[in-house]
Design a protein around this ligand. Structure first.
Ligand SMILES: Nc1ncnc2c1ncn2[C@@H]1O[C@H](COP(=O)(O)OP(=O)(O)O)[C@@H](O)[C@H]1O
Ligand SMILES: [Mg+2]
Length: 338
């Protein structure tokens, strides 16, 4: 059963563009120039119930805008979306109770109050029965190991602790859909891992539908099987994470350890040298040339050990983003009179 069904979703912002120079500034008092930014452009995707999907893309790709649309915080310019059969921007109460949005860069808890006060506020808003509420707080605070901190003002907590409190607040009303926007941004490695572990465990038990945006591949590899790659507001890939490297990387890494005093004088002729510390070399080689390069190496040198590896997901994705970043995302500059 589908949890999320997005069809041709587009969000275009019209932003005022300031022109350089005094004369231009004065002129623009009379004639304002605007440009259109396609934050999300004709995006379609479907997510099954209980699926955990990663939303990948460089800064400005349109990830946050998509999540804001799914949370009903903003209206689209065109297109439709249904989340659990609700149109998010209709903002029905029945929908509010079924999803949560957590933004790593935004605080939803009251800064000067202990987290438990914010939790109580959520209890009121979502009308959570007292018994359920107590049980949920208990369960979540122990799963996230922050039980002893719920009486402390939020501003005194570390970023990692605060993020865990944010997650608790978001999950108190047992939503079926969880939208996570960079939930581990700025966290140290230990806190990052904790949040990952919690999410994995919680999701496995509860079968929530989760959409996660992150530019940390570690989060993504740990949690999701499927990824959408979005860039310039458009979807570039939708499929298993395992396929990304296959699809976008034309190279593999040949990792050779030479024996004795053997060492090729010009390693570059075999491929792009990633790392060379005698007696070991890592060379990026175009996939179709691998058999040929391997046999050349084995024929001409004493080789102690050799392996062929995929390039790391992180690197491949960075490259996909890079290659896209040259094309412009701006619409034809629309000049409008104000
Ligand atoms: N409120 C807004 N007004 C104008 N432009 C916006 C607004 N929100 C986002 N954008 C623009 O839309 C694009 C996508 O932004 P965003 O969805 O935040 O990207 P991401 O989360 O992938 O980094 C960016 O170019 C951004 O500057
Ligand atoms: Mg964002």
């Amino acid at each position: 059963m589908l949890a999320i069904d997005v069809r041709n979703l587009t969000k275009t912002y019209t932003v005022y563009q300031k022109r350089e120079g005094l004369i231009a500034s004065v002129a623009s008092l009379f004639r304002r120039e605007f440009k259109k930014v396609h934050a999300v452009e004709d995006v379609s995707f479907q997510i099954e119930r209980g699926e955990m999907l990663a939303f990948l893309g460089p800064n400005g790709a349109g990830k946050t805008t998509t999540l804001k649309l799914l949370a009903g915080l903003i209206h689209p310019t065109s297109g439709t979306a249904k989340v659990l059969d609700h149109v998010p921007w209709h903002r029905e109460n029945a929908y509010r109770r079924r999803f949560s949005l957590v933004m790593g860069q935004k605080n939803q808890l009251w800064w000067d109050l202990p987290a438990q006060e914010s939790f109580r506020l959520h209890q009121e808003i979502y009308r959570i029965p007292a018994d359920d509420f107590r049980r949920r707080v208990d369960e979540l605070t122990s799963l996230l190991e922050v039980k002893r901190l719920i009486g402390q003002p939020v501003r005194e907590l570390s970023l990692g602790e605060r993020m865990r409190m944010e997650l608790i607040a978001a999950l108190l009303h047992s939503p079926d859909v969880l939208l996570l926007d960079e939930p581990t941004i700025g966290l140290d490695v230990v806190s990052q891992r904790r949040v990952q572990e919690f999410l994995r465990k919680y999701q496995t038990e509860r079968k929530l539908t989760v959409v996660l945006t992150s530019h940390y591949m570690k989060d993504v590899e740990a949690l999701c099987e499927r990824a959408l790659i979005i860039n310039h507001g458009e979807i570039k890939h939708d499929g298993p994470i395992a396929e990304i490297v296959d699809r976008f990387s034309q190279h593999k890494i040949v990792d050779v350890q030479f024996g004795g005093s053997d060492w090729p004088t010009n390693l570059e002729r075999y491929g792009t040298v990633v790392n060379a510390t005698r007696p070991r070399a890592k060379i990026a080689v175009p996939r179709q040339k691998i058999p040929q390069i391997l046999s050349e190496l084995l024929e001409n040198f004493r080789v102690e050990d050799v392996g062929v590896q995929d390039r790391p997901l992180e690197e491949v994705i960075a490259e996909v983003f890079e290659s896209e970043s040259n094309s412009s995302r701006e619409a034809d500059p629309a000049i409008t009179e104000a």
